[in-house]
Design a protein around this ligand. Structure first.
Ligand code: PBG
Length: 392
């Protein structure tokens, strides 16, 4: 439509030889009258003289200055919407993650606190914790997930002791603790066991709540886990601990750098023990849209407080679907692969990083998400703080 209009305008402005001469001869007086001096001032020589188009609607009027653009803006980003995902390990130094330049596995005692302090100083007061479990603590049944002295639990307590008003989210899934690299317990036949896994997810969620978590986030995609976790939390007295359900979590290639960060990718199987090489029997098929609604209806009935779509940008339609069909807050996870793509292009000078990142985050918001989990949270908040309008 826009292209069509432009083509028409172009054709009549430039014209083909004959009609153009006709226009010049017959309409010259009208043109002189119609084209205001102001519009003609400063136009480059050679600019065609044309009659004013009779356009009742000129949408460009609403974009004509920074003031009106700000006044009519439909969507705003606020650092208060951001959740910063943080990787921690049981050591002191910060270890850079190769596939995520600028992101590190933080030493849980110091590096983490510095990162959180920095995030809070620019208005980001929500974090989600991802612990890197040492290989020797991983087992097929992932009991380390609910060790009261585990890295995740210690990290949660330290954060809440240091920053009592920080909103601390946790990940509920077995993959960082599972020697097979799956979110659930794997049988010898290579089946990810649903109901058995839920039992351990409940223990994991309760242990995180005991450590002080404000919101637990099941990312495992087992059926029925939200209601089971709700019940487990309530029966232990944690009625105030929220649940952010990974409602529409897709079996996506964009999680690659995250699995590098935690060394949590599915492991190769053996002759007597088949381990599925991907998570397609529990995470959603990227081809599917209606299925997200089915998951959303269930998560809502089961008591989720927030529903998440993951990844973010490739799934804007799914964010919109959930936004239009549920009153719950919607979160979008701008995942590790999305971060890596932007970083890689920016490092090569192929994209303006700040503009591209802020646009990506704004689009997640415009699609209907209230919350955005992004590794860019702190950086974006800094850019936003520096982005004063020109009249101030
Ligand atoms: C674990 C989990 C994953 C992510 C968040 N929680 C990886 C996976 O499901 O394989 C991915 C986050 C990212 O890529 O940034 N269940």
């Amino acid at each position: 439509m826009a292209a069509q209009l432009q083509t028409r305008a172009f054709t009549s402005a430039q014209g083909v030889a004959a009609p153009r001469r006709q226009l010049r001869v017959s309409a010259v007086a009208e043109v002189e009258r119609a084209v205001s001096q102001a519009q003609r001032r400063g136009v480059p020589e050679g600019t065609p003289v044309v009659p004013v188009r009779d356009l009742p609607s000129r949408p460009r009027r609403n974009r004509k200055s920074e003031t009106v653009r700000r006044a009519f803006s439909e969507t705003y980003l606020d650092p208060a919407n951001f959740i910063l995902p943080v990787f921690v390990h049981d050591g002191e130094e910060n270890i850079p993650i190769d596939s995520m330049p600028g992101v590190a596995r933080l030493g849980w005692r110091h590096g983490l606190l510095d990162a959180v302090k920095e995030a809070r100083s620019v208005g980001v007061n929500q974090v989600v914790i991802f612990p890197k479990t040492p290989e020797h603590l991983k087992t097929p049944t992932a009991e380390e997930a609910f060790n009261p002295n585990g890295l995740a639990q210690r990290t949660i307590s330290l954060l809440k002791d240091t920053f009592p008003d920080l909103e601390v989210y946790t990940d509920v899934a077995l993959d960082p603790y599972n020697s097979d690299g799956h979110d659930g317990i794997v049988s010898d036949e290579g089946v990810i066991l649903n109901d058995e896994t839920i039992e351990y997810l409940c223990r994991q969620a309760v242990s995180q709540a005991r450590a002080g978590a404000d919101c637990v986030s099941p990312s495992d995609m087992m059926d029925g886990r939200v209601s089971a976790i709700r019940e487990a939390l309530d029966s232990e007295g944690f009625t105030n601990v929220s649940i952010m359900a990974y409602t529409a979590k897709y079996a996506s290639a964009f999680y690659g750098p995250f699995r590098d960060a935690l060394a949590s990718a599915p492991k190769p199987g053996q002759a007597h023990r088949r381990i599925p090489p991907n998570k397609k029997t529990y995470q959603q098929d990227p081809a599917n849209y209606r299925e997200a609604l089915r998951e959303a209806i269930l998560d809502e009935q089961e008591g989720a407080d927030i529903m998440m779509v993951k990844p973010g940008l490739p799934y804007l339609d799914v964010i919109r679907l959930l936004r239009d069909n549920s009153p719950l807050p919607i979160a979008a996870y701008h995942v590790s692969g999305e971060y890596a793509m932007l970083k890689a292009a920016a490092e090569r000078g192929w994209l303006n990083e700040k503009d591209a990142v802020l646009e990506a985050l704004l689009c997640l918001k415009r699609a209907g998400s209230d919350l955005i989990l992004t590794y860019y949270a702190t950086e974006a908040a800094k850019w936003m703080a520096a982005d004063k309008p020109s009249w101030r």
